[in-house]
Design a protein around this ligand. Structure first.
Ligand code: NAG
Ligand code: NAG
Ligand code: MN
Length: 436
């Protein structure tokens, strides 16, 4: 079933063009909507990841029919907006620049108290051609739900968007929040990874908190993150990502999950062992996570620099989350998901025929493989044999960073942090290429 759908999507896009793909997507999407509900992960980065997720994570998801009669799929405004922004702009415009979302925290979390004195935070939000209201809801939810004395600033990094809404209209809107907001406009397209580094270099808060530009934070979202880092500055923490549906924009609480990946180094969500939730902390207990999903996490600013920020030779996006996750664990840090901190995120379907994104992802992953995987790099190449002799630039600096930080081996990471990454090899590159 999966293959048939994916092949239809793939062939359709070549033969009849993007509109067909989009139609097929809605059909597919509606058929599979039940699968995409509560386990909606955090970052659906590509079609192959969606398919992967639906096959690997969703079996346990309770089925819920959420096809909404009120959505007019033939509305040209809806179609145009969906192609441009990857979400339902009709509803987004209706919701406007701020709204309230349901409190998705566990009861135990609601009773927690956090110290009044915590480090301050710089919130860094990078965007590229984001829908105006969606971006503004990200900003306004942070402004509304973050205690003023913890909020050093919000740094918006515009990676050379070319949409009119994001020019004077954005400047005007931001005037309302003036003092706390810095807007940086890149002079050339830098991609997400370098844009985050640009944002971080301009930050002055104690803690850097990275958000995507299509998020809405929940109540008391920041305090649990700051508190965890205040106790251990080498602790890197992620909120639990709730799902904002790309079609209805409804907000749904997510169950506890941990971040993982397979030998393709493609991120996925993984179940949390039930024994980990025993004890008085129950559903509020921080979850040790082998990997982070991507754009949404908090890290001590000095620690981020000490740890070597990001690999600035990486392009656009992809792979940087796995690279940072490995670096954190292998070089003496820790990575946890804090379930009392909740941030909603719209999982957008990616433009799955974009050659530039595909190329950047391979390039980035190869840099991770050659820097961090030691003798296990062969497992990656068994999955992706066509990448074996592909160039990945100069990694000398990253290899030296690894030495300088005295990082442990990938074997150590497998033994201690991610024993569930089985040395099971399945050569399915052909299939993988269909998805891309
Ligand atoms: C989305 O939320 C609204 C308001 O809470 C509700 O009326 C509507 O039925 C929800 N739609 C779906 C598809 O769940
Ligand atoms: C790779 O980069 C390092 C420094 O980052 C430099 O010394 C070296 O010459 C570079 N190697 C090549 C082949 O360009
Ligand atoms: Mn995102």
């Amino acid at each position: 079933m999966k293959n048939i759908i994916v092949q239809c999507l793939f062939c359709g896009s070549i033969a009849i063009g993007f509109w067909t793909v989009l139609l097929a997507y809605f059909h597919y999407n509606q058929e599979n909507r039940q699968l995409k509900t509560t386990h909606e992960p955090p970052r659906a980065r590509s079609l192959e990841e969606n398919v992967y997720r639906q096959n690997h994570v969703s079996e346990k998801t309770p089925k819920r029919n959420i096809i909404n009669d009120k959505i007019d799929f033939s509305d040209p405004e809806f179609y145009k907006g969906f192609v441009q922004y990857g979400l339902n702009v009709v509803i987004s415009r209706r919701l406007g620049i701020q709204r309230e979302v349901p409190d998705s925290r566990d009861k135990i979390c609601r009773q927690k108290h956090y110290p009044f004195n915590l480090p301050t935070a710089s919130i860094i939000i990078c965007f590229y051609n984001e829908e105006f209201n969606t971006l503004m809801r990200t900003v306004s939810s942070v402004m509304n739900l973050t205690p003023n004395h913890f909020l050093e600033e919000i740094i918006l990094v515009d990676d050379m968007s070319d949409i009119d809404d994001l020019k004077e209209k954005l400047d005007y809107q931001l005037e309302l929040f003036r003092e706390k907001i810095k807007l940086i406009r890149n002079k050339k397209r830098e991609g997400l990874i370098r844009s985050r580094m640009i944002g971080a270099s301009r930050a002055s808060g104690d803690i850097l908190v990275f958000l995507d530009s299509h998020c809405e934070v929940n109540r008391v979202w920041l305090e649990p993150l700051l508190d965890a880092i205040a106790k251990n500055h080498k602790m890197v923490v992620c909120p639990l990502i709730d799902a904002i549906d790309d079609i209805t924009l409804n907000y749904t609480a997510s169950p506890l999950v941990r971040g993982a990946f397979d030998w393709n180094l493609i991120f996925r969500w993984d179940n949390v062992f039930s024994y980990e939730l025993d004890g008085p902390e129950g559903q509020s207990k921080p979850i040790r996570s082998p990997a982070m999903a991507g754009g949404i996490f908090a890290i001590d600013r000095h620690y981020f620099n000490e740890l070597g920020q990001y690999d600035k030779e990486m392009d656009l996006w992809g792979g940087e989350n796995v690279e940072l996750s490995l670096r954190i664990w292998m070089c003496g840090g820790q990575l946890f998901i804090i379930p009392c901190s909740r941030v909603g995120h719209i999982s957008k379907i990616q433009n799955f025929n974009n050659a530039a994104l595909k190329k950047a992802l391979s390039w980035n992953l190869l840099r991770v493989v050659h820097t961090w995987l030691d003798e296990y790099k062969d497992n990656f190449f068994l999955q992706r044999p066509s990448l074996k002799y592909v160039s990945y630039g100069n990694i000398t600096e990253r290899v030296e960073l690894r030495k300088r930080l005295g990082c442990k081996s990938f074997q150590w990471y497998l033994d201690n942090i991610f024993p569930e990454l089985e040395p099971f090899i399945r050569t399915d590159e052909k299939e993988w290429n269909h998805f891309h």
